[in-house]
Ligand binder design. Structure first.
Ligand code: ADP
Length: 252
């Protein structure tokens, strides 16, 4: 059974002639990473928003055999206990007025169905900090005291505290220096391996996507042009658009 099934989803924004997403279908198996690539404006963010039920769409999104319905609040809450988002700009994504401890614990306090003691929350917070390679000494400090890479680690810890099964990563390393990008990619790869975490990894950087993805989905003008195993896509791209995209990427 796939963890996530996306079935013919279509999004048309008001007053737009073309569809931002046009009949996109794919499925994701537990423990696997799906890279989503394509030039700016091809519909990557819209796809993420639709999957996360933040954007109305036509078609079906099924999570563990359960059809998700955009309007069902309770269902969304349960869904967000299992699916978390990593943002592009790490500092921007963290509330500057909260301590690191408060930032990381927030999703747990919002989404947990049972009452947790302070000790339990602290335990879980320290545990996720360790998973992302940060020291618990930072818990009383504020986001502006940290580098971009450290903020992204904090963002990942915040997502991991609810023990999700899927992380949706929207250009998670594009705002970071190249050396820091590699460190964050390693954090994500470790989580994938040791926690059996599934990933949807959106990026315009094809070499980064190759590094982490089991499968790659190529989008162009709202349409899925090609999907396949990563090495097959990179060595034998079938579609002309994919060939051009790979040809335009100097790092490959
Ligand atoms: P990407 O993430 O690949 O850059 P987007 O999903 O942001 O692409 O955008 C896909 C298309 O939808 C683009 O043509 C964009 O201009 C349009 N679009 C995105 N968001 C909106 C919106 N809120 N209203 C109208 N058009 C939008």
């Amino acid at each position: 059974m796939p963890l996530l099934e996306v079935d013919n989803i279509t999004v048309q924004y008001p007053k737009q002639k073309t569809k931002a997403l046009d009949n996109v279908s794919f499925s994701l198996i537990q423990g696997q990473a799906l890279g989503v690539v394509g030039e700016s404006g091809c519909g990557k963010s819209t796809l993420i928003r639709a999957i996360l039920q933040l954007q109305a769409y036509q078609g079906k999104v099924t999570w563990k055999d359960q059809l998700l319905e955009f309007s069902k609040k309770q269902q969304k809450k349960q869904f967000y206990q299992q699916v978390q988002l990593i943002f592009q700009d790490p500092l921007d994504a963290l509330n500057p007025r909260l301590t690191i401890a408060q930032i990381i614990a927030e999703p747990l306090l919002n989404l947990s169905t049972k009452h947790l003691t302070r000790g339990e929350v602290l335990n879980k917070t320290e545990n996720v900090l360790e998973q992302v390679g940060l020291d618990s000494k930072i818990l009383n400090r504020y986001p502006h005291e940290f580098s971009g890479g450290q903020c992204q680690r904090i963002g990942i810890a915040r997502a991991m505290i609810v023990e999700p099964e899927l992380l949706v990563c929207d250009e998670p390393v594009s705002a970071l220096d190249v050396s820091v990008q590699a460190q964050i990619m390693n954090v994500l790869l470790d989580l994938k391996e040791y926690k059996q975490l599934s990933l949807i990894f959106v990026s315009h950087d094809l070499s980064i996507v190759r590094h982490i993805s089991d499968h790659v989905l190529v989008m162009y003008q709202g349409k899925l042009v090609e999907i396949g195993e990563t090495e097959q896509i990179y060595h034998q791209p079938k579609h002309k658009y994919t060939q051009n995209l790979l040809g335009a990427c100097p790092r490959i």
